[in-house]
Structures are given as C-alpha cells and as structure tokens.
Design a protein around this ligand. Structure first.
Ligand code: URP
Ligand code: ZN
Ligand code: ZN
Ligand code: ZN
Length: 491
C-alpha cells in the first residue's frame, strides 16, 4: 500500500483553516491533506471513515502533574506516567508536557530532569516533554539553564506561593535574567503566599476547617497582586512569561493590559475555571475536597464568562488541564479527605491542591459549544506547541512536517451522555465533573499514525512505551522585545 492510514470524509479543523479534506499518513507523518475525494485511487493499510466528523491535530496539554513526590507536603500524585498518559490518549490528547520537580534541598535541575526521565521512560502512551519546576534558584540551578536547553527543555515553572516551592522576588529576577539569555519561557504560579497564609491563620482562629474555606483562604486579590507583580518583573527583565492557571477575570485584565502594551506576557486557563464554582466546594461532608485546587474555582457564572471572553479575545494563549490527581479516599498519603488525629473531620489546609482532568479537558470545552472551532484548536493544541517549541511537529497538519497526531470526533448528532468516573482511564477515584452532560467525545485518537484510541472498536488500543520524549526548541511566539543584552545601566 502507498499509505499507512487514510482518514476520509472528515471536516478538518486546524487553528487557521476548516474544510472537507482527506488525510493520508505515511511513516508516522502527515503525507497529504487534500480536498475530499481526491485520495480515492490510493491504497492504504488502514482507512478511517470520519463520516463528516471533525478531524483536528491531536490535543497538546502543557500542564500535567504525574508521578510527583509530595512536594507540597500533602501527598504524592495518584497518576504515574503510565496511567496519566493512558488517560490522555483516551480523551484525545496526544502530547503532554508534565513537570520535573526540584525540591528546595536539591541544588541541581539537571539531576531532577534525569530522575523524571527515569520515571517516564518506557511508561508512556502519549508523547511527552517536561517543564522543570525550579524551587531552588541557587547558583548551580541557574548555571544549568544552558544544559537544560541542550537537553531539549525550553520552559520552567516557578511559584510565588507554597512554602516548599516559593521563590523570593530577587530569586525570580535571577531566574528571569538567565531565562532571557537562554530563550527559556518561564511559567509562573502567581498567588501571593503571604496573603494566603495570613488568611488561613484567621480562619483557623475561628475554627473554620471545611473544604469551602479553601476558597476563602485564596482570595482573588492574592492572584491579582501576584499576577501584576509577575508582569512587572517580566517587564523589567524584558522576557516572556506565562501566567499559569488563571482563575480571576481581574487577573486576566492585568494580563490583557500588559499584552496591549506589547509585552510578551502569555496566560493559561483551565476547565476548572470554566465549569466549577465556589459552590462545588460547599457540599455536605468532605465532598467539596474533590474540587480543591489553587487558585480555587471562583464565585459563579460572571467569572466563567470573564474567562471564556479571555479565551475568545486572545488573552489566554492555552487551555490546559492542570491535571494534578489525588485520591479522594483509600490512600494513606495525599488523600483528599485530609483526616488527621488532630482534625478528625478534616481541615481544608491539609487537602492536597489539584484536580484530575487530562482526559476530560477537550470534551468539556468542545461540549460547551462556546468557542469557534479554530479557536478551540488554537488553545487546546496549536498554541501550546508554538509557545513551548514543538510547532509544527505538533499542533499542526503540515504535510511532510507534522506528526500524524489526530483527534477525530463523532459526526454532529452523537447522543448526549452523562459523564461517570468509571468511563475514565486515570488512577483517580473521582472526577470533579461527575454527572455532567457531554455532547462530544473523541471517537478516535491517532498518535504518529497509530490508532491508539477507538471508542467503539476496542477503546484503548495504544501501548505503554509507544510514547516518545520530545526534545523541544525555542518558542515560536514573540519573545523579548529587544535583542540587545540586558544592561542595568540602561534603566
Ligand atoms: O491546585 C493545583 N493547581 N495543584 C497543582 C499544582 C500547581 O500549582 O499547579
Ligand atoms: Zn501552579
Ligand atoms: Zn459556568
Ligand atoms: Zn499545576
């Protein structure tokens, strides 16, 4: 046969084009994207009839926590590289960028990178890369940025909160200064740690421990202040940053203002800030713990609306999952119930922060019928590939260049269904979206030409170990405004 795979009769949607195209795949790459019907005379080992359903570049999820040790002091993540990447492909995501965490007592980033490679190697169903989490920005770590680039890592994450991870502003400047030299994108968790710790103390004095007080202890002002501070530090050094998991429309407004001033400030939001609210944490017993993440879900529809508008108007570059899985119960450490001898009814402060969602990200966002289809592809696949140096290998369908990674949806008219955790492939005992009505689910996922998920024809078909590590280059989105070296005398 001439081709390995043909995908016929689809409505092909990329970030910049929509049309009735047929796709041919050879040796794991996109070989042809041509008007419907033009591949009739060609032979292939396998053919998928998309029956008019949408065909998109495979999802790229650039914010996923897998097999992380209990860095926040609250337990290890429930998914490892096997279960997390498995869950990803069953939900239409073919590439993950996960985190390689560095603890404060570890001076070397390269050692942390090696340790994370060992956890992922031969275990992945999806393709993958890592962002380094830098929580010790000492001289050794800073001196290793060039080595990270040589190892195919072009992004870092830093924290402005969490005692175990938080950097001081002077350390953030050290990171940004070297990131500028090495063309590294710095992702920033922007919450003011002092405001959060102070508010937690005030709540404890009043013996308020229920899960809903997690929201109270992470007020919008903590996010807004830190976001503006992060923008200011990036402006000073003239270096691109991405503010991760933005939940507050007012924080998004600061980001939008910075973008209008021409600063290379990017932003990410997540499904939890489009579909969950404070009410989801205010449920009988400990149920609310299932939706504890930081920043927390906000008040209600107005906040959701502000975040949707931020996606539509380009303030948000990417829609990632921030999949950070913890078991609700039946686990010694990291369980969401957070029951201790001292707090037999649990205490919000000890609930590990994070929600699972790598498998539901695409379906939730598409089922909402809110975004233009090309915008949907842009924020769930293409922009992550561009920002983190994977484009156009990932996030695109360029013949001869792009990997044959595809998410193929049901033709319009798929019956609505009710989401249940038992349908998912992660290693978590709940989903925050249990009972939600969904209108779409990936029918097929294709990774480098192999069908790894076929919902009605065997489900999970991919193999552990098929997923490859992706060496990344520099971002193809706008970087530092000036190409000159940064000089303190210039200020
Ligand atoms: O609550 C969250 N987001 N947990 C994951 C860790 C992080 O800060 O991204
Ligand atoms: Zn974070
Ligand atoms: Zn809503
Ligand atoms: Zn995260």
């Amino acid at each position: 046969p001439e081709y390995d795979l043909l995908v016929l009769n689809g409505l092909v949607v990329t970030d910049n084009e929509t049309g009735e195209f047929d796709i041919a795949v050879k040796d794991g790459k996109i070989a042809e994207v041509v008007p419907r019907g033009s591949l009739k005379a060609h032979t292939a080992s396998k053919t998928i009839d998309a029956e008019g359903g949408m065909v998109m570049p495979g999802g790229v999820d650039a914010h996923v926590h897998l097999d992380e040790p209990p860095l926040f002091g609250k337990g290890a993540t429930a998914d490892n590289y096997e279960t997390g990447t498995r869950s990803a492909i069953c939900g239409g995501t073919t590439t993950l960028i996960t985190f390689a965490p560095q603890a404060k007592n570890q001076p070397s980033l390269l050692a942390c990178l090696e340790a994370t490679h060992a956890r992922a190697r031969d275990n992945c169903y999806s393709d993958y890369s890592f962002h380094l989490i830098c929580s010790n920005a000492g001289p050794q770590a800073i001196s290793e940025f060039a080595g990270l680039r040589a190892a195919g890592i072009s992004s870092l994450k830093i924290y402005m909160t969490y005692e175990a991870l938080q950097l001081k502003d002077s350390e953030i400047l050290d990171v940004l200064f070297e990131a500028r030299k090495q063309q590294i994108v710095t992702m920033i968790h922007a919450e003011n740690g002092a405001i959060i710790d102070w508010t937690i103390k005030k709540l404890e004095e009043k013996k308020l421990f229920a899960p809903k007080y997690h929201v109270t202890s992470h007020p919008p002002v903590a996010e807004i202040e830190a976001t503006y501070r992060a923008i200011s530090l990036s402006d000073f050094i003239d270096v691109p940053i991405l503010i991760v998991h933005v939940s507050s429309p007012s924080a998004a407004q600061h980001i939008n203002d910075a973008q209008r001033r021409g600063l290379p400030v990017y932003a990410e939001t997540c499904p939890q800030y489009l579909f969950l609210t404070r009410k989801d944490l205010d449920k009988p017993g400990f149920e609310g713990a299932k939706c504890v993440c930081s920043p927390p879900p906000r008040e209600g529809e107005q906040d959701h609306e502000g975040i949707w508008q931020g996606i539509e108007n380009g303030t948000f570059t990417v829609l990632s999952s921030d999949h950070c899985p913890f078991l609700f119960d039946n686990h010694e450490i990291g369980k969401k119930t957070s029951i201790t001898a001292e707090h037999p009814n649990g205490h919000f402060r000890y609930i590990p922060n994070g929600c699972p969602g790598v498998e539901t990200r695409l379906s939730l966002a598409l089922s909402a019928h809110r975004l233009q289809l090309q915008k949907f592809v842009e924020v769930t696949s293409t922009n992550a590939a561009k920002l983190y140096g994977l484009y156009p290998k990932k996030g695109a369908l360029v013949p001869g260049v792009s990997d044959a990674d595809l998410t193929i949806w049901y033709p319009e008219g798929m019956k609505e269904f009710t989401l249940k955790n038992e349908m998912l492939h992660h290693n978590v005992d709940y989903t925050p979206y249990e009972g939600k009505t969904l209108k779409q689910w990936p029918r097929y996922t294709v990774l480098r030409g192999e069908v790894v998920w076929a919902k009605d024809e065997g489900g999970l078909l991919g193999k552990k170990g098929y997923g490859q590590f992706l060496k990344r280059g520099v971002s193809s989105l706008a970087g530092s405004r000036s190409k000159e070296e940064w000089n303190v005398e210039d200020f």
